[in-house]
Ligand binder design. Sequence first.
Ligand code: GH3
Ligand code: MG
Ligand code: MG
Ligand code: MG
Ligand code: MG
Length: 319
Amino acid sequence: MWLQRPDRYSAVALPVAKEPMSSAQASILIVDDDPTLVQLMAQMLSELGTLRFARSGEAALSQARRNKPDLILMDAEMPGMSGFDACLALKADFELADVPVLFVTSHHALEMEIRGFEMGAADFIHKPVSEPILRARVSTHLKLKRANDELRRLAGTDALTQLPNRRSLDGALATEWARAQREAQPLCALLIDVDRFKLFNDRYGHPAGDACLRGVAAALAGVMRRPADFVARYGGEEFAALLPNTDLEGACLIAGRLVDAVRQLAIPHEDGVVDGVVTVSVGVALGQGSDAFTAETLMQRADEALYRAKREGRSQYCS
Ligand code: GH3
Ligand code: MG
Ligand code: MG
Ligand code: MG
Ligand code: MG
């Protein structure tokens, strides 16, 4: 029963671990001040994805911020904000910088193309637009985007448990810590360690140990309720959770639920500490922003609390 694949991960915020788009889901933003050309390109690209439109650089930015596209076709020259300026703004935006921007231009000046590539353009397509060229270039860049998304997802995912990995956790910790400081909100960190896991491996074997970690990971993820809650595999048989905008009382409530959820998996562990089943201990720490107290201190405090939970008998949390 506890070997089943986790199915609750959708309830957990996974900043890097997004599903790669399928070609049917690809979303393309077409930006041009000429409505006739927009219509023409829309016809040419209708089978390659969902199309959205913008008539200016400014509109392109707000549209992209509302619905992040997989690719942008950008007219170079538009009244108001030019395509180049819009491209610069996109590349400066952390959330949008990885969206390929393909310029569509009637200019054939080399300097212009070079300038475009320097600011991060993925490609240039010349007007009048040729249908096969447009389709081929857009398809190629969508394929690259898909491959990049998948690599990014894999780089941030733990292969055994499919939870975000340590790398993702470090990124989330930096982001959430900065946010907590900025918004003067509490941020709690939890460190979760499987009890007597070395003995589990010794008795049941390493493959059973791996299956146990998968089960524990799914149980932990299942406890997280808010979209901002984040749980990751910290390393070995240790997991970590970040609970933004959560005070110590709320974090302790979650810690208690984590302990209960793992115990209720009822994974047999003859050398375990309670009822002959696998259990976890949890250390809880509250972060309040100040110069002396850093994100590293937060994790240290969680580790100290975890150590106390171990010393006081395991299968419990300490704060
Ligand atoms: P404690 O209650 O104090 O935490 O005891 P423990 O035995 O869990 O602690 P210890 O840190 O000594 O042992 C952790 C063990 O976890 C050691 C290692 O064999 C096992 N382990 C770490 N990563 C993996 C993994 O990916 N798969 C398996 N099967 N075992 C792992
Ligand atoms: Mg134009
Ligand atoms: Mg450990
Ligand atoms: Mg240990
Ligand atoms: Mg352990």
